[in-house]
Design a protein around this ligand. Structure first.
Ligand SMILES: C[S@@+](CC[C@H](N)C(=O)[O-])C[C@H]1O[C@@H](n2cnc3c(N)ncnc32)[C@H](O)[C@@H]1O
Length: 221
C-alpha cells in the first residue's frame, strides 16, 4: 500500500481515539528522556500520532519549540484538541510525509519517533530525512520493533537490531546506545487473550535478542 491509500487507512481506520484515551506516559518518557537535556531545544516528533510524546517532551523538558509531524489529519486533529496541558513550549502540528520532510537542513536540535518509522513506505528515506533535518551534534531517538512484532498496520518494516542499525548508519547517523522498550502495558485493555499475549511477549522480551522494541539513541556527526 502506498501514498493516498495508506493515508486513508490512518485517517479512517487506525485507533487514534484509543490512543487519546489510553496514554502510557511512563513508557514514552523512558524513551523521551534519552534526549535530555531538552532545555531550549527545537524538537521534532516524527509520526507523532495524537501527540502524547510531543507534549511530554515539551512539558517535562522545557523545549523551546516543538513540532509534531504526521501525515494523518485525523491524528493531528486529536493532537491539537488535546493540547491542553498549559505547556510553556509552543507546539506546532504539521501534516506531512516523513520521507519528504517540509523542513530546512539542520532545523532541529532533537528528534523523536515512537513506533512510526517502521510504517513509512520507504524506511531508508525516512532515516535520511531525519538525518538531514538535524543540526550537527543533534541527538535523536527512534523506537522501532524487533523482527517478530506484528501490528494491524498495512506497511510494516521488520528487522533485527543489527538491521535497524545498518539503516541508521547508512543515513549518516551514529548510534550512541540502544535501550529496550518492553512493549505495551499488560493491562492496556481488558480482553483476556490480549493480556495473555502481552504477558508472553513481556517474558520473551527478557531475552536480549528478543527485546520487544529498540530505543535507538543517535547523533548527527
Ligand atoms: C503506530 S502509530 C504511532 C503514533 C505515535 N508515535 C504513538 O506513539 O502513538 C504510527 C504513526 O505513523 C504515522 N505515519 C505512517 N506513515 C507516515 C509517513 N510516511 N509520514 C508521516 N507519518 C506517518 C501514522 O499516521 C501514525 O500516526
Amino acid at each position: 500500500m502506498q501514498g493516498p491509500a495508506l493515508r486513508e487507512f490512518y485517517d479512517r481506520e487506525y485507533h487514534f481515539g484509543e490512543d487519546v484515551d489510553r496514554p502510557n506516559p511512563e513508557r514514552l518518557w523512558r524513551a523521551v528522556r534519552e534526549l535530555e537535556p531538552l532545555d531550549g531545544a527545537t524538537l521534532l516528533d516524527l509520526g507523532c500520532g495524537v501527540g502524547w510524546a510531543t507534549r511530554i517532551a515539551a512539558s517535562r523538558g522545557h523545549v523551546r519549540d516543538a513540532v509534531g509531524l504526521d501525515f494523518s489529519r485525523t491524528a493531528l486533529e486529536h493532537a491539537a484538541a488535546n493540547t491542553t496541558d498549559g505547556s510553556p513550549a509552543r507546539i506546532v502540528w504539521v501534516c506531512g510525509d516523513g520521507t519528504m520532510l517540509p523542513f530546512a537542513d539542520g532545523a532541529f536540535d532533537r528528534a523523536f519517533s515512537f513506533g512510526s518509522m517502521e510504517h513509512f513506505p520507504d524506511v531508508a528515506a525516512g532515516f535520511r530525512e531525519l538525518a538531514r533535518v538535524l543540526r550537527s551534534g543533534a541527538v535523536a531517538v527512534t523506537v522501532v520493533p524487533n523482527f517478530y512484532v506484528r501490528t494491524a498496520q498495512p506497511v510494516e518494516h521488520r528487522d533485527t537490531e543489527a538491521g535497524w542499525r545498518r539503516l541508521i548508519v547508512a543515513a549518516g547517523l551514529d548510534v550512541l546506545r540502544v535501550r529496550a522498550d518492553p512493549g505495551p502495558a499488560i493491562f492496556k485493555n481488558s480482553r483476556p487473550a490480549r493480556i495473555v499475549l502481552r504477558l508472553g511477549l513481556r517474558l520473551l522480551g527478557c531475552i536480549p535478542a528478543f527485546r520487544y522494541q529498540f530505543i535507538f539513541v543517535m547523533r548527527k556527526p
